[in-house]
Design a protein around this ligand. Sequence first.
Ligand code: ADP
Ligand code: MG
Length: 450
Amino acid sequence: MKRPRLIYSWQAIPKVLLVAELLFMEKRQNSRSRNVFDSLMSEERIFKNREALSSTFVPSEFPHRNDEINDFANILKPALYGARPSNILIYGQTGTGKTAVTKYISDQIMQKAAKENKKIHTAYINCKQTNTPYGVLTNIGKTYSSEWEDVIPHAGWRIDKVYAALKQKADDNGGIAIVVLDEIDALVSKNGDDILYHLTGLNSDLNNSKISLIGISNDTKFTSWLDPRVKSRLGEESLTFAPYNAIQIEEILAQRATLAFKDNIVEPLVLSYCASKAAQEHGDARKALDLLRISAELAERDNREIVTAKYVIKAQSVMEKDQVRSIITTLPIHHKATLASTIVNQGKRENGQQTTGEVYSTYKQICKLFNLEDLSQRRISNVISELDMQGLIHAKIVSLGRQGRTKFISVAINENQIQELFAEDIELSDIIEELTRSGTYIRSTQMRLI
Ligand SMILES: Nc1ncnc2c1ncn2[C@@H]1O[C@H](COP(=O)(O)OP(=O)(O)O)[C@@H](O)[C@H]1O
Ligand SMILES: [Mg+2]
């Protein structure tokens, strides 16, 4: 008997199936329109305003910098009456608020000048980024007019032509220019102090305008490199930003935490913990703020609603690793080869300590393997001292009695950290892998005296 053919038509499909299919289609569409960031963004539990913890944020209040702000404002005040303020040199260790306070004061004087209808221009130049006289001059020029870029090309003019153009521009515009040269030591160490000599002498050539310079430096000895005339012209006034103590840093952190975080999400211990860590490192407020930000980010990544002290410990190890990473990646190749030698040797020593001769011997093997021309043992001895200063290795001088003295060298960073960091660094991981495989290490058992 012939079975009747089943004809599938809309009518033949039971209603339940149809509904199920429709629901399924909708779900598919939903999952297609959902974005991976949707849930992350809707679940903002910790931060109210992340920006408040970023390194470029300029707060509207500066706890423990009232005196400095007051002195600073008094020095710049003449600009509001059309007179040239003295040039200023600002000193202080990193993280003492030099950049942030200077930006705040520049901003304040611009606001006041606008209100009072006074012509004041301000330029902020970070000399680590803009580190040529040409770049500095074009940046100052830009403060007078946004069309300056059309007037002066970014390169190609003789420097005296650039000076002349800047003078012209300043006099055409009139007013007072306050030029901040942040990290000014970077400019001088790269180019010498000629540029500062010309800039500080510019006023005598200007007829209708004036220029004041504010130099900021982390290095208090910076002026000893300057020509005495430049030194006295630039340092007409000076301000020193002292390092903060733990209690002061905690107050700075508390101010930022209120801006950055939702209420009651940070354990009170967290702030004092971050503050005391940063106070141990020359009272660096930036370090404290970074530590707090990273702690909160780690807690957030773990889906926590409270930032506990445990996250500060984690954040600290993340920061240390980042620091070591940035040192290692910028090491020259012979430094890397020397560091690799100490690491390979260390693994084969009970106490991990090696002499300069042993490091040198492994280093020479590395050079042979990688077709590098090896440096002398004396040069490598200097490289060892540099690696010691950077905190990557320990090198201590030990007396061997009648045999004289030698250096005992060991690796200073945590072994797990090294392995992870080296795995990321192609040059180093190649070297270490090759050496470990071929067993080329500590060939010389002979003690070499330094
Ligand atoms: N007294 C202060 N009050 C509030 N924030 C501060 C204070 N001092 C420093 N900071 C903050 O600490 C961080 C580092 O300051 P910064 O000005 O960059 O230091 P420096 O230029 O001296 O290295 C910045 O985020 C800054 O806003
Ligand atoms: Mg700074």
